[in-house]
Structure formats: C-alpha cells, structure tokens
Write a protein of this length. Structure first.
Length: 254
C-alpha cells in the first residue's frame, strides 16, 4: 500500500474525492491504537509515513470526520515515531542501526511533517496536554538523532574509508530531520548542537558537492519522474539555513 500511494500522482487537493484514503486512515488507527508486536507496528508506521508525507498531517483531521479523535491519533503517531527513533538509535552500534534504515527514514518523515503541523494554525486545536506531549516527544527524538550524528562523526574520524552510499543517505536524512527540529525549537540542545556543527556542515557541503559532480542532467530529469536508479541527495544546505539562523544568534556559534 505504501508503494501504491507513493507511485500514484495523488495530491492533497484530489485525495478528498477518492474513497480509499478514509479506509487507509481507519486501518492505521485500528492498528496503531492496538497492542502490537514490532513486526506488526513497523509496517504500519511506514505506511503512515508515506501517507502523511504525501498528504500532510492535516489529512488525518480532514479525513477522520472527528477532530478530537484525529488529534489524539496525531499525538499518538508522533509519539510512536519519536519512541521508535529513540529505540533504534540510542545506545546501539552502527551494525544494528543500519539495517533499520527504512524504518528510521519513515519515522523521520513523520517527525518532519509534525514540525510543519506545529507551525500551522490547526496545531492550536490540540489541548495544552496534547501539545506538551508532542513537544516532549520531539525533544526526545532530537537528542537521539544528535547522538547518532555524534556516533557517525566518531566512526568517520577513526576510519577514512567509513562512508558508503547507505551511510551517507542515512546521515543526510538524519541531518535533514534534525534541521527541521532545530528550526522549530533547539534552545535546550544548543550545547550539544555546537559540538556537532563542524561535522554537520562538512557533511552538508560534501553532499552538495557529490550531487553536483555525480549526477548528470539526464539522471536528475529521470529522478523527477521517479525513474532514476540514482538516489537524489537532498538540498541539505537550504534545509539547514533556518536552524542556522536560530543558532547564530549566539556569539559562540558566530
């Protein structure tokens, strides 16, 4: 189902006229509000990530027809994504983390959309306790992602041949998600961010240079229509700029 949603040209405008999104949402609500094993939960999180990445978290409110229930599910979805991020990244070796790259990416997608949702007017529809739960969950995931970035830095310093395509893509995804989190609220993590900033900026510029050197005009055109086999590196520098604007308010970073 996740691959079907991502392959169809469905937008937030025409999704409301289709019959199946409501069924997808109901299924996700039924699954993720139940007691689950890891094998049951992880595919549901991946499907939820594709859905909210394609349609936005606001789709849950529009489609459910019951705003209070939708708000509760949004809080739960963000919480589960942040918890899964922490469980996957914290106190684990790279050998155990890397095989979970697809799950990590799914959780990152939900977290990034949650940040966008926070900046919108519909976030105010959540009550004070729900908003506090969302912020608490996001803060925990920020700490976990920073710890993972620190792990990547240490490993790359020990081994000059450390980087491969999978590690770079996961590192870039982590920086992208971290940038979104820091742009919204990074005051409580500034000291940890300062320590990792030189490594992060180095990786961002390296990713930019790789994209410029390695991707032909043809491959970029194919990627736009989903037919390229080469992964498109995200424009991390643009994504990082809002977070840098927040951080450079401090003399230490400047």
């Amino acid at each position: 189902m996740a691959s079907i949603i991502s392959s169809f040209h469905v937008t937030t405008q025409n999704v409301e006229s289709a019959f199946w999104p409501a069924s997808v949402l109901k299924g996700l609500m039924d699954i993720l509000t139940s007691k689950l094993t890891e094998k049951q939960r992880n595919p549901a999180l991946k499907l939820a990530s594709v859905a909210v990445t394609t349609f936005g978290i606001e789709w849950i409110i529009r489609t459910s027809g019951a705003p209070p229930k939708a708000n509760q599910f949004i809080v739960l979805l963000v919480h589960l994504s942040c918890i899964e991020t922490r469980m996957t990244l914290e106190d684990r070796t790279l050998e155990k983390i890397l095989p979970q790259h697809d799950l990590i990416g799914a959780c990152y997608g939900i977290i990034e959309k949650a940040i966008t949702f926070i900046a919108g007017q519909q976030f105010d529809a959540l009550d004070d306790k729900q908003r506090e739960q969302v912020f608490h969950s996001l803060k925990g995931s920020s700490t976990a992602i920073l710890g993972f970035v620190n792990l990547l830095r240490k490993e790359s310093e020990k081994n000059p041949k450390f980087w491969d395509a999978k590690k770079k893509l996961l590192a870039c995804a982590s920086i992208r998600c971290l940038a979104a989190l820091l742009a919204e609220e990074g005051a409580s993590l500034k000291e940890e961010v300062y320590k990792q900033l030189p490594f992060v900026l180095g990786l961002v510029f390296e990713a930019y240079q790789d994209a410029e050197l390695n991707q032909s005009v043809e491959s970029m055109a194919l990627a736009e229509v989903g037919k390229s086999t080469e992964p498109m590196m995200p424009d991390l520098l643009c994504m990082l700029l809002p977070a840098l604007c927040h951080l450079t308010a401090a003399d230490k970073v400047r």
